[in-house]
Design a protein around this ligand. Sequence first.
Ligand SMILES: [Zn+2]
Length: 210
Amino acid sequence: MVKTTGGNEIELFNPYTGGILVVGVVHGDEPQGDYLIRKYYKETPDTKLIMIPCLNPDGMQKNSRTNSNGVDLNRNFPSQNWIEAEKNEYYGGKEPASEIETRFLMNVVEKYTPKAILTLHSPYKVVNYDGGKYEGKYGGNDARMLAQKISEIIGYPVEENIGYPTPGSFGTWAGIEKGIPVITLELDEEINIVELERPVFDIFRMLENY
Ligand SMILES: [Zn+2]
């Protein structure tokens, strides 16, 4: 069991090799993933998805983007473009992979080698993708194809690039550098969370059969 600096457990549901991994709450002030993953897992205990409902429980407790050490976990992955940034809400840590939460997710990816990864964020209402291989299962780039399928379900546009640099991001490390299709789904934070259940659970069901 892995505990954070704040003494919270990071939970991992249903780990096995080669499945699709779904990750919630990389940023503590984006709590939608925790609710949606837990509810889906409760309703679908025999799911084929590997799930981390909340990567950043310390941040979620405080409603802060960063973890207990003031680090933006999505800037702390050891990608080639990691930089020591200013100590603001995008601070990437004193060195790459300095944080327990970052190393936890790296270990899950390296141990279980997921064939694709979905991370749940908010509030931009876009489907962003990184990495993937050309000539994937459905032709073309498999990360983009998967992003397209998710876009069709939830109605947000697909965007390859979110429009600003993200050194040390999970998508750069796992997607671009490891070649795993990584989808970053930016959910709407203005509507009632209950209204996100239908499209997000439909996405989870699509991924079950991907
Ligand atoms: Zn986020």
